[in-house]
Structures are given as C-alpha cells and as structure tokens.
Design a protein. Structure first.
Length: 137
C-alpha cells in the first residue's frame, strides 16, 4: 500500500503521462496542418517528428516512474529538466514575440508539471527512522 506522498507522486506522473500521450500522439497525423504554405510551417520535418518522438518517449518514462515512485525516484529530476526545457523556451520565445499564446499555454502546462515533479521528488524522499538507543546511559 502506498503512503500519501508516494500516492501523490504516482498520480502526478500518471496524469502527466496520459496528458502527454493524448496531446503528442495525434501530432503524428497533422503535419500537413503545419506545412510549408502555413506561416511558421514545418521546413524540417525531421525536427518536427524528432521532437514529437522524443517528447512521446518521455511520456512512457513518466508511466514507468508512476509504476514505482521510490525505485524510479532519481528519474523525477530528469523529468523536471524535460518539462523545464520546453516551458522555459516557450516563455522566452513568447516574450520575444516568436510564438503564439496557445504555444505558450502548453509551455506553462509543462512548467506546472515540472513544478509538480519537483514537489513529488521532495515529498518522496526517504524518511529518517529513529531507532531506540541501545547504549542508553
């Protein structure tokens, strides 16, 4: 049985994974919506599919983490960097006027998830157990 902290972390990573799969997987089917005739279209499809593939792979890593948060706890910090890499880039690009608000919204979701990943990491740290002293005076 999971304690509350492990249960929280399990749900955070499970929800993040399901959300990510639902958002990312369909993008394999919509490249034409971002084609060269669309402003800001895809001029390098290998970058588009590479990004989707790597990001989707991370969703399966999040599923693995959710399966045993204590065993895979070190991966939580790597997950934080995965979320920060897009979230911070989206914020900077929006500030520079290079992306639309809807892209920033996805970046803000990633920043929120990254924060929840960090909270999960901190919440699941091993607890110190005080043992009775056998050398009591």
């Amino acid at each position: 049985m999971l304690n509350k902290r492990d249960g929280f972390a399990k749900w955070v990573f499970l929800v993040a994974a399901v959300y990510g799969i639902l958002v990312l997987a369909p993008q394999y089917l919509v490249e034409s919506r971002f084609g060269p005739n669309v402003a800001g279209g895809i001029s390098r499809p290998e970058d588009f599919y590479g990004f989707i593939g790597v990001a989707l792979t991370w969703q399966f890593v999040f599923l693995v983490i959710s399966s045993d948060v204590q065993r895979f706890r070190p991966l939580m910090l790597v997950g934080v960097t995965e979320k920060l890499s897009f979230g911070l880039a989206a914020a900077a690009l929006f500030a520079a006027g290079r992306i639309e608000m809807r892209v920033l919204a996805f970046g803000l979701i990633d920043l929120t998830l990254g924060t929840l990943f960090l909270v999960s990491f901190l919440a699941t740290r091993p607890r110190m157990v005080r043992l009775p002293s056998v050398l009591a005076a």
